[in-house]
Write a protein that binds this ligand. Sequence first.
Ligand SMILES: O=C(O)CCC(=O)C(=O)O
Length: 199
Amino acid sequence: MEMLFEDATLGASLSYHAAFLERGEADALLAWMLERAPWQREAPVLFGVVREVRRRTCAFGEAGRSYRYSGIERRAEPWPELLRPVVERVRALCATRFDFALANLYPDGEAALGKHADDERDIVAESAIAGLSLGAERDFVLYRKGPRGERVASVALAHGSLVVMWGTTQQHFVHAVPARKRVRSPRVSLTFRAMSLHS
Ligand SMILES: O=C(O)CCC(=O)C(=O)O
């Protein structure tokens, strides 16, 4: 485990777990996700305009969970068998009762995710958010919120790695997965979240 960033005053930090999954386990999960996951196109509404993006998403979790963001609603499919033991390990590592995971498929390096915080009301305030990476290595960048918005951490996320945003990170920081044009192969991420019971 590597602590990539910590602001003790704010109660925010970012940790990185390079070989969270063994190679074979990561390969099998990636293959399942690419072939079997129920990917959907995203068409987020930003400033009132519908914008289609290259990324695809779907969601897994406990029965009845759903997640709303940017005018999109993703309802959880049941946890796939292959993912169940992984969810247990992510829960144990973070001591957090994750009940939902949003999956992102980046078909190639042109697919990206802009700066945002996972600060929707559906998420339990100040709970950890853990991101599992499968496939092509992509950068994950953390910036301070606000007009200066300086970059505070950047990490190349390896196949089978886990990155965890702790505490108040979503309140004070935004994160992004920038485009990397030279990347030609797909990446899948699963971000585990603890949802408020009202959702
Ligand atoms: O793909 C990633 O690693 C980041 C995903 C993310 O930021 C999100 O789902 O909110």
